[in-house]
Design a protein around this ligand. Structure first.
Ligand code: AMP
Length: 115
């Protein structure tokens, strides 16, 4: 999608602080971190959100979680981490390209990311 900021990050057309990328997935630091560790894991393919996951693209979600597990180990998140995806208006989704927030580096408590 030509006007999608995360498609542009995936394509390297706008800068980001990347942690990892491969043929299918890109991970980069969130520009407005909500925890000491806060990065985003996205499929390169433009999927608008969790509600748009289908049997045709769900392998990309599996790949996102493989990358999350790899980065959790590489970034030494042994104390734990939280994975969140916001979908739609009530969840305050602000970027309509599926992304998984990975939060860590402190006790995250029981509050939700958009409290
Ligand atoms: P959400 O509100 O769940 O859709 O999350 C979107 C996230 O993208 C927010 O946490 C933003 O801080 C983050 N974000 C927006 N633009 C950028 C950017 N250019 N680089 C990194 N993170 C971004």
């Amino acid at each position: 999608m030509s006007d999608c900021i995360f498609c542009k990050i995936a394509a390297g057309e706008i800068p980001s602080n990347k942690l990892y990328e491969d043929e299918f997935v890109v991970a980069f630091h969130d520009i407005s971190p909500q925890a000491p560790v806060h990065f985003l894991v996205i499929p390169r393919e433009h999927i608008p959100g969790a509600a748009a996951v289908t049997p045709d693209n769900s392998r990309l979600i599996a790949r996102c979680f493989e990358v999350i597990a790899m980065l959790a180990q590489r970034e030494n998140l042994a104390g734990g981490f939280r994975v969140i995806t916001n979908n739609g208006q009530d969840a305050c989704q602000s970027v309509h390209h599926l992304h998984f927030h990975v939060l860590a580096g402190k006790n995250l408590g029981e509050r939700l990311i958009r409290d």
